[in-house]
Write a new protein. Sequence first.
Length: 232
Amino acid sequence: MTDEIKHYATGSVIPLGDGFTGKSVLSRLIIDPKLSDEKLNHILLRTRKSYNIEIEFSSEEIITEDQPVITTLQFYVFPGQRQKISEKSTTFDEILDFFDCFPVLLKVSVLLLIYDVTKETTLQSLEMWLRFALVKDWIYKDTLIILVSNKTDLEPANDDTINLVKDTIYGYIQDHELPVEKEQIKSIKTSCVRMEGIEELRKMALEWIAERGIRGVGIRDIENLGEKEKKE
């Protein structure tokens, strides 16, 4: 029966950060990092700022603990603006009002704190976004926190700044007495234009969710199982 069982792991990935930091583009590239140049250009040029929640899914079979696990990343990308730009636009808080009790928001597997290396204000805003995640109890013992320094094709990310921000994040975690280890706070430098750091970010999220996401099992293939039973 061992060959007939399929193992699953699912986890939510929440990118947080100001508007125009690249949350939507990053999410789409993580889902499909081996896309053609044509599709990459399409995503880079045609992705528009969203004023609604964007939901993306991606599954891949990876090996963990010597066992194949179908691992699913569930992305929930919120708009980054906290203030209304126009009467028709929606804010992060307004969108969250509809999804506040959504099961995937109760325990977040991977939290991406994203900033634009060319705009210091987006780095300063990460404190607000982190505080928000803490107040909402999104972070728990099985949450991986990744600081994403995005748009490094325009300007290099400063290593000293990254280390300082990671220490600050851990300080907030300790203040809230959460059982999160310092090793659960990672950092990655990314460029969507050059596809730098995308595969590394995807692999990090996949492996984490495969090992510490919501686990489940199922029948590998009902049709194949029936054929096997006939032969036996």
